[in-house]
Design a protein around this ligand. Structure first.
Ligand code: NAP
Ligand code: ZN
Length: 351
């Protein structure tokens, strides 16, 4: 089925940084030959949405429609689309276009495209038009940037996998989390609680480092082998030199030296959490153990599909709280207070 017209979509839009969301409308582009029109069912709230809507990273483009954890159903396809048909359950993550030609795009690492990846929102597409994300009834995306949601995954719980899932799956795989590896997950929020499940499913020995003991029972139910509160200073002496890999999912700055001291020789601290201010650490924390500090940005399209299929196969599922569109401002406040277990997902039918 083709769609020769622009599509009007209700959206939640922030008129300026830190503003309350307004329920308004935008136009989605006419379908190009390789486009898919998606009727969005659920959209997760990532902490990156808050960093962006509050313009904490700078460069925010307003009005802004956040949302890059999109789960929906195909409503129409352009004439050359072959991968999807009307009615298919699909997802869209953090980006919607890339050059397709640079070595990173060719290798399936589109997020590192040398031309600059087009983010799902708060970005300009290659024609110079602003992009608007998933707090929206409809979205039009090139078929190559759409992934399939396996039947085994429910739509609402699948949505957070499109960012929280791939952002943790990709580095865990890249740094070989698996049997015989001791992996620590720092921060048990939206990303962290999925990271525990993936690291466990990959066969690693998983330790959770959370500020308090409040989340211990749930961490163990997600597959963690050990759990420590970082508010307890003895945690850092007890775990010194323990881990091959530490995945830091925290949205705020940490005492990096303290965490580096928990790595074995040759261990790596991978940051996916993206606080606005720079981190500080002593180079001695690295050279005394040939340790590395690294970072990782979401994951490519092929790998996102692999992650969804892996989640379906291994029963990895975000624990979510589904909310109405009018609760999003309040949900942001609650995420900032870490009062979420463990991901808010907007029911788009309430928009
Ligand atoms: P979230 O749900 O708010 O979780 C963050 C967790 O960090 C909290 O649950 C809390 O865990 C811990 N935390 C928060 N404030 C802290 C503080 N002041 N000190 C120590 N720990 C603190 O956020 P999220 O959606 O998982 O996102 C986490 C970060 O990843 C954000 O910065 C986001 O922008 C970034 N991100 C990056 C990528 C990427 O591609 N690299 C992709 C998505 C998101 P405990 O209660 O367990 O301590
Ligand atoms: Zn995200």
């Amino acid at each position: 089925m083709c769609n020769q017209h622009k599509t009007t979509s209700r959206v939640l839009s922030a008129p300026h940084a830190k503003a309350k969301f307004e329920n308004t409308t935008i136009e989605r582009r006419e379908l190009r030959a390789d486009d898919v029109l998606i009727d969005i069912k659920f959209s997760g709230i990532c902490h990156s949405d808050i960093h962006s809507a509050f313009d904490e990273w700078g460069g925010g483009m307003f009005p802004m429609v956040p949302g890059h954890e999109i789960a929906g159903v195909v409503e129409a396809v352009g004439e050359s689309v072959t991968k999807y048909k009307v009615g298919d359950r699909v997802g869209v993550g953090c980006f919607v276009d890339s050059c397709g030609e640079c070595e990173y795009c060719v290798n399936g690492d589109e997020q590192y495209c040398t031309k600059g990846v087009v983010q799902t929102y708060n970005s300009l597409d290659y024609d110079g038009n602003p992009t608007y994300g998933g707090y929206s009834q409809k979205i039009v995306v090139k078929e190559g940037f759409v992934v399939r949601i396996p039947d085994k995954l429910s739509m609402d719980a699948a949505s957070p996998l499109l960012c929280a899932g791939i952002t943790t799956f990709s580095p865990l795989k890249h740094w070989n989390a698996g049997p015989g590896k001791k992996v620590a997950i720092v921060g048990m929020g939206g990303l962290g609680h999925v990271a525990i499940q993936f690291a466990h499913a990959m066969g690693a020995e998983v330790t959770v480092l959370s500020r308090s003991n409040n989340k211990k029972e749930e961490a163990l139910s997600f597959g963690a082998n050990h759990y420590f509160a970082t508010s307890d200073e003895t945690t850092f002496t007890e775990l010194a030199g323990r881990f091959d890999l530490i995945l830091n999912t925290v949205s705020a700055n940490l005492n990096v030296d303290q965490y580096l001291s928990l790595l074995r020789v040759d261990g790596t601290l991978v940051n996916v959490g993206a606080p606005a201010n720079p981190d500080q650490y002593s180079v001695f924390s690295l050279i005394t153990g040939r340790r590395s500090i690294a970072g990782s940005l979401v994951g490519g399209i092929r790998e996102t599909q692999e992650m969804l299929d892996f989640a379906a196969e291994h029963g990895v599922a975000p624990m979510i709280e589904v909310i109405d569109a009018k609760q999003v401002d309040e949900a942001y406040e609650r995420v900032l207070r870490s009062d979420v277990r463990y991901r808010f997902v907007i029911d788009i039918s309430t928009l």
